[in-house]
Design a protein around this ligand. Sequence first.
Ligand code: ADP
Ligand code: ZN
Length: 437
Amino acid sequence: MNKCTDNRCAADFMDVASLRALQLERLQKIVAHTYNNVEFFRKRMDERNIKVSDIKTLDDIQKLPFSKKIDLRDTYPFGLCAVPMSEIVRLHASSGTTGKPIVVAYTKEDLEVWNQVMVRGLAGAGLSEKDIIQIAYGYGLFTGGLGAHYGSEALGATVVPASVGNTQRQVMLMRDFGVTGICCTPSYFLHLIEQAALAGIDMRDLPVRVGIFGAEPWSQGMREQLEKGAGIEAFDIYGLSEIIGPGVAIECTEHSGMHIFEDHFYPEIIDPDTGEVLPDGELGELVLTTLSKFAMPMIRYRTRDLTRIIAEPCKCGRTIRRIDRISARSDDMFIIRGVNVFPSQIESALLTVPGVTANYLIILTTEKGMDNIELQVEMSPEAFSDQVKVLEGLQRNIAKAVESVIGLRIRIKLVAPQTIARSEGKAKRVIDQRLKN
Ligand code: ADP
Ligand code: ZN
């Protein structure tokens, strides 16, 4: 058992009965706070004739109405704030991957909670005050940069606030400062590895040993490319602005799901079509309730992220439950010839084939009135020099692997290394040029 040596992680190992009692106490408090201070929420409860006092057990949470991203948009910017502006010390906005940004707010205490969960997560990944951590998430309204920054600082580590961009300089900083941990999107780290190689630096020779990667879905194949390419241990971290930012859940060194800091973020899994709550272990949409965030509490927020709760005890000894890797974000889904497809499905199939990199792009077009899908894939430099025959074989293998997952034969176009545009934040995997009618 790998008990965390940082005593700030104690809540991760709390006995389950005390954890449930703490969750209930916090739930009752946050529901009362939200009811009393957010008109939008009060109206919804009143309409359903639900009283704060109806929340007597954790299961009673199911009586409460869901909230959705549209609620944040409809009340933009501050309609869901539950404290006066004088108590709000920070605003962030979601990165706007899916439309108009939404605003989130924090009190001083909320920021403290954010720091605490980040400290627990980073410590669980084996980082400590002895580490030098480079933050290569964007700084600014996006929660990734500042969330990882202040969390690492609270851990006591030495923080290098590199932000995104200027990739060659990032590599230089990593080398010159002896950076041992890095926080960024997995796709950006892949880019850093490549850029280092172009500058004649093998990332495996640098002291960096831990990568904390999140903000976008990534596959097991991607993990292998990152770990092998840089000689590091990669940890999946999950979060979203509406709930707090990064640090909602993170892997421990067992790497079998992400421990969710459920003393602060209460998880449920629902059937996305019916809203019915599903038992632990079943795949569905993750719904989160913030148990200790006061500026902008979220009650039963539908994340649109698909995963399942892993309730079995983890070998690490943590008692907080885990969620599985986010298998898909329902916003990313596209429909092609009647089939629902997630880019993450294509990525996992693609990366089972040797000779390709995790740099890919899905292009949807209309040809002769029909939907067409093409997958552009960058070859590894070694595969690139192969003969045409070998490349044709590679193409066929990719097509087969993808077909076995999505049930569609799609066109594969192999492209030279370094030809697909790199993103500094969340990677853009799909270009939809289909004619809309
Ligand atoms: P936006 O909705 O504009 O992307 P955020 O920056 O708050 O706003 O991003 C949160 C979303 O990013 C999550 O809901 C999820 O879809 C995705 N995400 C974050 N971390 C991960 C992760 N580790 N794996 C997969 N998806 C992730
Ligand atoms: Zn664990």
